[in-house]
Structure formats: C-alpha cells, structure tokens
Design a protein around this ligand. Structure first.
Ligand SMILES: N[C@@H](CCC(=O)N[C@@H](CS)C(=O)NCC(=O)O)C(=O)O
Length: 200
C-alpha cells in the first residue's frame, strides 16, 4: 500500500489524494503539519530533502516528491494521462504552467490569508501576487472557451492539477466572477466519477 505524507488542506496534497481515489488505489495517509515544522525534521528530510509534502512512499520504500510528478507516476497507463506524444506533452504543458504561473500566486495568497490567517503580515506580497494570479486565471479562461477540459474532451491529470487551487481561489481573495468558462470547468471536474473534496 502507498504511504502519502500530506496535509489535508494543502491543494498540492489534495491533487494526489483525488487521483489515488479516482484510480481506486489503496493508500495510507500520514498527516504532516507543515506549520509546526514536521516537514523539516531529520526523519522527514531523509525522505524528502526538499522538506515539502506531498511525499509518496512506494511499497518497496522508494520515495517520490513533487505533486505533479506523483500525478504522472500514478496516472501512467490510465485514462488520466494520454499516451500519444502530443496530447501527453500538452498535459505536461499545463502541469508546468500550474507550478510556474498559477500555484505560486494563487496557492500562496490562499495560504497566507486562509490557512495562516495572516493577511496583514503579508499584505505587500499578497498585493504583488494578485495580478499574477489573475493573469493565470485569464489564460485558463481563454483556453476553456474552446476546450471542455485542459487537454481536449477528456478529463486528465492536467485538470486535477489546476482544479486543486482554482476551486479554492476565493480563499485567497480571487473572485471568479469574471471567469465563467473557468467556473463551468470547475463544475465539470467536480462531476467526475469518484470525485472527492479537499479537507478544510
Ligand atoms: N512543487 C511542490 C510544492 C510543495 C509544497 O510547497 N508543499 C507545501 C505544502 S502545499 C509544503 O510542504 N511546505 C512546507 C515547507 O515549505 O516547509 C509540489 O507541487 O509538490
């Protein structure tokens, strides 16, 4: 059985739980509180020297970090990751977009505002991040004008990766009111079979 070191209200960890559930794979959750330093202990750093969750431990003890790498590993051979090189690369394109242009602005503001409750202490960073998060949402909005899911008509791990922090973007003070295509897509993702909610 897989072991997943994770935190319930982290979107990066939720991506992995959502896919594990949709693939009906057995796993054990290992709750890891980042705010009390549990990702920086000697024991945890031996598993992931980068000190971050999610961290997946395979049956044979090998470890895998980085949420989107874990999605690729688990989705291989399933309907959630196309095999053909071009659609496969498009999935990767959106996974990299999520990590470089979306998550650093949307997830980070959510963490300061919603998880830490310290909007005042991070006001300048939140303000600087906000337009960059909106820019990522605008890219998604434009793409979803003509596409049902991120890669064509089929739900994939690109959707899982982008759903994780977009559906809770309001917790980082992002208003999705001007993004009707994004809202429609959020609904389609939440209607997929075996969908589960994020914790918290
Ligand atoms: N790029 C990484 C980001 C992981 C990450 O930032 N995890 C946060 C929780 S969402 C964490 O563990 N932070 C603990 C720390 O920085 O000490 C991924 O996608 O897995």
């Amino acid at each position: 059985m897989y072991r997943l070191y994770e935190m319930g209200d982290s979107g990066n960890c939720y991506k992995v739980r959502l896919l594990l559930h949709q693939l009906d794979l057995a796993y054990k959750r290992v709750p890891t509180d980042i705010f009390s330093g549990e990702t920086r202990t000697k024991e945890f750093l031996a598993l992931n020297p980068n000190g971050r969750v999610p961290l997946l431990v395979l049956n044979d003890g090998r470890t895998l970090a980085e949420s989107n790498a874990i999605l690729c590993y688990l989705a291989r051979g399933s309907n959630y990751l196309p095999v053909e090189s071009y659609p496969h690369a498009l999935v990767l394109q959106w996974l990299f977009f999520e990590q470089y242009s979306h998550e650093p602005f949307i997830a980070t503001n959510r963490a300061w505002i919603h998880l830490l409750g310290d909007a005042d202490g991070h006001a300048a960073q939140i303000e600087a991040n906000h337009p960059r998060g909106l820019a990522a949402l605008a890219v998604m909005e434009q793409h979803l004008k003509t596409s049902k899911f991120f890669v064509g008509d089929d739900y994939s791990i690109a959707d899982i990766a982008l759903y994780a922090y977009t559906h809770v973007a309001h917790q980082g003070n992002y208003d999705l009111g001007n993004f009707p295509n994004v809202r429609g897509w959020l609904n389609r993702v939440s209607e997929q079979s075996r969908h589960i909610a994020i914790d918290g």
